[in-house]
Design a protein around this ligand. Structure first.
Ligand SMILES: *Cc1c(COP(=O)(O)O)cnc(C)c1O
Length: 359
């Protein structure tokens, strides 16, 4: 039986990438070494990391005045590193509150800055991105932060906000590389790797050079972006295996036609799943049409008492990790880049069958 893994993260990886890693596991390109065993300062590993960066730059069209940093500590560490590094003499930072992850980012930033809410989705139950015309961006803020995809609520921005003169900062953990994006619109982008990039343990930061170099007094060496920018992300030992795996994913996405092709694939999957939900009276997704996530699709059954039976039947068919987040309940199907269309077809077939039996 084929297993389709709908986990929100760590998440499914491309089958071809796993097979390549398996093949190279004990002997990378005739070196006699696993990538895990290589010195991070050796020529072989350095070539792997440089190629990964080059492929990511090509994929996303990252301009030359941006640095790519391969860090650790997850998106959670970025919740603190962003204000520590970007406040630069200012006391305020503006945030858009669209759900649970932006809430966490706001909470952590509040330890260092006065947080100004530019907009909040609270009045609509966090089921939509607040209309940009209603936003109030405090011009004294050091930057404007938003979460481009709320992984738990399934709310996604389908536009890049206008931050005016402020640097725009984005937590792209759960939709980076899912479609083309104009990096030049941003001051800083960060993403944990374990949703749409590769294994857990790697955090990607893309930062405009002029924002580096003025951290808050007392900022630890490791939490100063400049430390990593000045040392090619090799100040200390980087997460070598995770970077190697991410590099295989980047190369694969390039070969498959780049982010335009990825977006078409993702749109086809999302259309199929939302179509199945909307055409039934048994399943429901609460998110406004214009804010629905192409990556994480939460849905509920007409009767929550059927949840356990739904999950058990799904698992019998190899459709796993569909249980919704504990804070949201119901179901959630995460359909990241590496989820094949066949996985979504299998899920939709099962949903129809379950509805016929229980609806
Ligand atoms: C998963 C996730 C996080 C937390 O990531 P960690 O790497 O576990 O710290 C933060 N933001 C978003 C949008 C996420 O999806």
């Amino acid at each position: 039986m084929h297993i389709y893994n709908f986990s929100a993260g760590p998440a499914v990886l491309p089958a071809e990438v796993l097979a390549q890693a398996q093949q190279e596991l004990t002997d990378w390109h005739g070196s006699g070494l696993s990538v895990m065993e290589m010195s991070h300062r050796g020529d072989e590993y350095m070539a792997i990391q440089h190629q990964a960066e080059a492929d990511l730059r090509a994929l996303m069209g990252i301009p030359d005045n941006y640095r790519v940093l391969f860090l650790q500590g997850g998106a959670w560490t970025q919740f603190a590193m962003v204000p520590m590094n970007l406040l630069r003499e200012r006391r305020q930072a503006s945030y858009v509150h669209t759900g649970i992850w932006s809430d966490k980012a706001i909470g952590e930033a509040s330890r260092y800055a006065t947080v100004r809410l530019a907009a909040s989705g609270e009045s609509c139950g966090f089921h939509a991105v607040p209309e940009p015309e209603t936003w109030q961006i405090d011009p004294e803020s050091a930057y404007l932060h938003y979460t481009s995809n709320e992984t738990i609520g399934g709310v996604e921005f389908h536009f890049v906000p206008d931050a005016g003169v402020l640097p725009l900062v984005c937590d792209m953990s759960s939709n980076i590389l899912s479609r083309p994006v104009d990096v030049s619109r941003f001051g800083l982008i960060y993403a944990g790797a374990q949703k749409n990039i590769g294994p857990a343990g790697l955090t990607l930061v893309i930062v405009r050079e002029d924002l580096l170099g003025a951290p808050l007094p007392g900022t630890p060496t490791m939490l100063d972006y400049r430390t990593h920018a000045d040392n090619d992300s090799m100040f200390n030992t980087p997460p070598t295996w995770a970077i190697y795996m991410a590099g295989l994913v980047f190369a694969r996405l390039r070969r498959d036609g780049g982010l335009e092709a990825v977006e078409r694939h993702n749109r086809a999957k999302a259309d199929l799943l939302y179509g199945a939900i909307d055409s039934s009276r048994f399943y429901r997704n609460p998110v406004a049409l214009t804010s629905r996530s192409m990556m994480n699709v939460p849905f509920t059954l007409a009767d929550p008492a059927l949840d356990e039976a739904f999950l058990a039947g799904a698992a019998e068919r190899g459709l796993i990790q569909l249980k919704g987040h504990r804070l949201a309940g119901g179901m959630r199907a995460s359909i990241y880049n590496a989820m094949p269309l066949a996985g979504v077809v299998a899920l939709v077939d099962y949903m129809r069958e379950f509805e016929r039996q229980h609806g």
